[in-house]
Design a protein around this ligand. Structure first.
Ligand code: GLA
Length: 386
């Protein structure tokens, strides 16, 4: 018996791997946490799914509907299975999965590698294979796996268990590691998951800081240098979007969205899409900005230069195109001049499109100037003239 287990266990651990090819471009969707935290239920998720379809967000690419923490009952059942809170989700998770799939959406769920989730619900530790089978039976397509209450566990070894469990359950599920960057997952997680968080939690503010969370500019700064670790099927995750949420000005929402596209970040909307204003909808569904994020080359952008009052970010795109984003880090609006010949990596001449002004603004032979509000951006797409 021991012998069989030795060979079986060896075979599973030697050959188990993540499901390849599920995230050739950064995953896009909506997650409950940023706006609703623990106050989630079946009607909210269903209404949001309908709103994703009606608003055009699904068709813009936001397909994964992810239930974050607090969907669970406080206890596992008598057989040790995770169960959804029957009051919050009376129809159960299979039915919710069917509801989402019928609308061309995909089903995402959350749990935690530790003994309990961050909000105190049953975690996955010691139940990985059983839970993966449960999620597969519910039709889950995406699993976000958190890191609270992990005790002395090693992150890489722990996340590998869940990767192997998903593999053995047999349903292709995107595996999203939420380890907050503690053990530099970008150095080891490419063959474990499809994306990994690089920092603590995002908050709806520009550069505020708390112990476990911070504004998007603080998170943006922490991405510098990580660009070389990302690519198709293995993405750095600077956390979900706060676009449209109270705490950000419209300019700060636009800059946050633009820079997350420059980072080839997973785009998980975190607003109440049932009640978003037209401006937020237009921002989140902007096809040109999304094309920068979803570019098939899969290169994460990098900070090219920091100057007093502004930062310049660049991103290489397919077919020789480039994206550039200039962020006004100052406290007042400023006139910015862009001299294209400062960018030594550009080869030859390019046409330039101002993504937010929605217009062609000439070529890289002429310099360009425009007024940019505090914490707002200019976003350009350059295309080589052949
Ligand atoms: C952690 C994660 C968040 C969210 C909460 C839920 O803080 O980093 O993204 O999932 O847990 O409790």
């Amino acid at each position: 018996m021991k012998k069989i287990c030795f060979w079986l266990c060896f075979a599973v651990s030697a050959f188990a791997q993540k499901f390849d090819g599920l995230a050739p471009t950064p995953p896009m969707g909506w997650n409950t946490w940023n706006t609703f935290a623990g106050n989630i239920n079946e009607s909210l998720v269903k209404e949001t799914a309908e709103a994703l379809v009606a608003s055009g967000m699904r068709d813009a690419g936001y397909k994964y509907v992810v239930l974050d923490d607090a969907w669970l009952s406080k206890e596992r059942d008598a057989n040790g299975n995770v169960v959804a809170d029957p009051v919050k989700f009376p129809s159960g998770m299979s039915a919710l999965g069917d509801f989402l799939h019928a609308r061309g959406l995909k089903f995402g769920i959350y749990n935690c590698a530790g003994a309990q989730t961050c909000a105190g619900y049953p975690g996955g530790r010691g139940h990985e294979f059983q839970d993966a089978r449960t999620y597969a039976s519910w039709g889950v397509d995406y699993l976000k796996y958190d890191w609270c209450n992990h005790g002395t566990a090693d992150a890489r070894e722990t996340y590998k268990i869940m990767r192997d469990a998903i593999r053995s359950a047999g349903r292709p599920i995107i595996f999203s590691l939420c380890e907050w960057g503690d053990s530099k997952p970008w150095t080891w997680a490419a063959d474990v998951g499809h994306l990994w968080r690089t920092t603590g939690d995002i908050m709806a503010c520009y550069d505020c800081r708390q112990q476990w969370s911070s504004g998007w500019k603080v998170i943006l700064d922490a991405q510098v240098g990580l660009e070389k670790y990302a690519g198709p099927d293995h993405w750095n995750d600077p956390d979900m979007l706060e676009v449209g949420n109270k705490g950000l000005t419209p300019a700060e929402s636009r800059a946050h969205f633009s820079l997350w596209c420059m980072l080839a970040a997973p785009l998980m909307a975190g607003n109440d899409v049932r009640h978003m204003v037209a401006e937020t909808r237009a921002l989140l569904t902007d096809a040109e900005a999304i094309a920068i994020d979803q570019d098939p080359l899969g290169k994460q952008g990098s900070r090219f230069r920091t100057e007093t009052g502004r930062e310049i970010w660049i991103k290489e795109l397919s077919a020789g195109d480039w994206a550039m984003c200039v962020l006004n880090t100052g406290l007042s609006s400023a006139e910015f001049v862009v001299e294209w010949n400062d960018f030594s990596f550009l080869k030859g001449k390019y046409t330039v499109r101002d993504v937010w002004a929605k217009k062609a603004i000439g070529t890289t032979s002429e310099k360009y100037s425009s007024r940019v509000d505090s914490h707002d951006v200019m976003l350009f797409r350059l295309t080589p003239i052949k």
